[in-house]
Ligand binder design. Structure first.
Ligand SMILES: [Zn+2]
Length: 453
C-alpha cells in the first residue's frame, strides 16, 4: 500500500497513550478558549461555579453540565439580543451556517476559515480511509445549503486532489454519469436506491457505470438496507456520520464501525440519565466537545453538547486499516426511537425488517410506519405501509413473515406481547408511489408515534 492510505498519518495512527495526552491538552486549551472568548461559556462557568482551570483532562468533562440544541436557541436571537455562542470577532467569521432545524428556530453556526479547514480535514481523512484519491471524481448529492455537509466535502475533495461534481441532489440526468465518468456518489441510502431504480428503468445497468464506491450519510440506516444498496450497485457503500455541530466520522474500507477523529472532536457516551459514561460496548447518548489545537481559534465551539443520537463505542483498539482512532456503531436518532412494553425500537429496526433479502423481490424498500393505540385498552398496533413493484404479484405472506420475525428478533418483551396478542403488526401494501409521505413536503417521516400518551 502507498503512503496515501492516510490523510494525516501521524495523527491517525497515533498510539493510544499519546492520543489521550493530545486530547487532554486540547480539552484544557478548548475550555480556556471558551472561557475567554465565548460569552455563553463565560457565564456558564460562572453560573455553575466551575473554575475552567480545574478542567484538566477529558474525564473532567463529566463534572460539567450538558447543553443541548435548546440551549443554543435560548442564547441567540430572537431570544437573546446577541449570538452568545459566537466566540470570535465578526470580522473573523468566514461563513454563517444553520442546522436544518427539526424544531424551532434553526441554530446559527459561525465558522472561521480555520474551522472550515478542520471540518474539511475530518472528511478528507474519512474519504482517504475509503480509498479515495486524486484519481476519483465524486458526485455530491447532499444539498449545498445552510448546513455544512456538502461544502465540507467539497473542500475535503480539494485537499486530496479529488474531482468534484457539485450537483447537490440525486435526481440528476443519467447523461452526467456517461459524460463525466464519476467514480463515486455521496447521498442518502434511499436517494441512491431510487437513482439505481431510475437508471434501471432507463435501461442502464449500474454495473456499466464508472461508479466504484458509494458514500451514504444524512441519516441512520439498517445493515440490511446498506447491504441491499451495495448489492444493487455492486460496489461497497461506506457510512458517514456528520453534523453542522462538528461530528464527522466515517467508515474505512474495513467496515467495522465509524472512526471518530478524536483529536478534533471528543465524543463521550452517557447513560440515559446523563450522570456518567457508559462502558465501551454499551449503548448511550453521544455527547460531543469541540477540540481546538493549542493556539487555534474558532467561530463557535461546543462543550458537552448533546447530539440527541445514541451510539456505542465499538472499540478503541487499532483497526485493520492501521488507524487508532476509536470506532463507533452507526448512531441512531433518539427522536426516532419509540418505547413499547419496556423495549426500545428505532426506525432502523423497522428498516431492517423491511429490507429482508427475499422480500426485496416484491417490495421497493420504501416504507412508512405508525404506532397506534389498539381498540382495546392496553393494546398497541404497529402499522407499516410498504411499496410494491407490482401490487398484484406481491407475495404478501412471505414479506409479512420476514418482517415479523426480524422485527421481533431482539425484542423479547415486544415479542411476548405479540404472541399474547396485545401487540399487533399490520402490513399494508401499496403500488408504486402509494405511500402517504409522497404527498407531503420535506424529508419523509418514516416512523410516527400516534399513540395518545
Ligand atoms: Zn479503520
Amino acid at each position: 500500500m502507498s503512503a496515501d492510505r492516510y490523510y494525516n498519518q501521524e495523527i491517525e495512527t497515533m498510539e493510544r497513550g499519546d492520543l489521550d495526552a493530545l486530547i487532554d491538552e486540547r480539552v484544557r486549551y478548548t475550555v480556556h478558549y471558551a472561557a475567554e472568548h465565548s460569552p455563553f461559556y463565560r457565564n456558564w462557568f460562572r453560573d455553575n461555579n466551575i473554575n475552567p482551570e480545574e478542567i484538566r483532562e477529558h474525564e473532567d468533562l463529566l463534572s460539567l453540565p450538558i447543553i443541548s440544541g435548546k440551549t443554543i436557541r435560548e442564547h441567540q436571537p430572537p431570544v437573546s439580543p446577541e449570538f452568545e455562542f459566537l466566540s470570535t470577532d465578526w470580522s473573523n467569521v468566514f461563513s454563517i451556517q444553520e442546522t436544518s432545524g427539526t424544531s424551532g428556530t434553526p441554530k446559527g453556526f459561525f465558522l472561521t476559515w480555520d474551522d472550515w479547514k478542520r471540518y474539511a480535514e475530518k472528511y478528507a481523512r474519512s474519504f482517504v480511509s475509503q480509498g479515495f484519491s486524486n484519481r476519483d471524481r465524486i458526485i455530491i448529492c447532499a444539498s449545498y445549503g445552510m448546513n455544512v455537509g456538502a461544502n465540507t466535502m467539497t473542500i475535503a475533495a480539494q485537499r486530496i486532489g479529488m474531482g468534484i461534481i457539485p450537483i447537490g441532489k440525486c435526481t440528476f440526468e443519467s447523461r452526467l454519469l456517461k459524460s463525466y465518468k464519476p467514480t463515486a456518489i455521496v447521498g442518502s441510502i434511499f436517494k441512491l436506491l431510487r437513482l439505481a431504480r431510475r437508471l434501471s428503468a432507463e435501461g442502464i445497468k449500474t454495473s456499466d457505470t464508472s461508479i466504484d464506491k458509494l458514500v451514504a450519510g444524512g441519516e441512520a440506516f439498517a445493515a440490511e438496507s446498506r447491504a441491499y444498496l451495495a448489492e444493487m450497485w455492486g460496489v461497497p457503500v461506506y457510512n458517514t456520520y456528520g453534523s453542522t455541530e462538528g461530528t464527522m466520522c466515517g467508515e474505512c474500507t474495513h467496515l467495522t464501525g465509524l472512526h471518530v477523529p478524536e483529536d478534533l472532536v471528543h465524543l463521550d457516551v452517557y447513560d440515559p440519565l446523563q450522570h456518567s459514561f457508559v462502558k465501551d460496548g454499551e449503548c448511550g447518548r453521544g455527547i460531543l466537545t469541540t477540540l481546538l489545537p493549542v493556539g487555534g481559534k474558532c467561530g463557535m465551539l461546543l462543550i458537552n453538547y448533546d447530539t440527541e443520537d445514541t451510539t456505542v463505542v465499538f472499540t478503541r483498539e487499532r483497526c485493520g486499516c492501521g488507524r487508532t482512532h476509536m470506532r463507533i456503531i452507526n448512531p441512531q436518532r433518539e427522536a426516532e426511537t419509540i418505547w413499547l412494553f419496556g423495549n426500545p425500537f428505532n426506525r432502523s429496526d423497522i428498516e431492517a425488517a423491511v429490507f429482508q433479502h427475499q422480500s426485496m423481490t416484491y417490495i421497493t424498500g420504501e416504507y412508512e410506519a405508525f404506532v397506534y393505540d389498539g381498540d382495546i385498552p392496553g393494546e398497541t398496533m404497529l402499522r407499516v405501509n410498504l411499496e410494491c413493484f407490482d401490487q398484484e404479484h406481491c407475495d404478501r405472506h412471505l414479506v409479512e413473515d420476514q418482517f415479523v420475525s426480524r422485527f421481533l428478533k431482539y425484542k423479547p418483551l415486544i415479542s411476548e406481547h405479540y404472541h399474547d396478542q396485545s401487540f399487533h403488526i399490520e402490513l399494508n401494501f401499496t403500488g408504486p408511489r402509494g405511500l402517504d409521505f409522497y404527498t407531503m413536503k420535506g424529508r419523509p417521516k418514516r416512523l410516527v408515534d400516534r399513540r395518545e400518551h
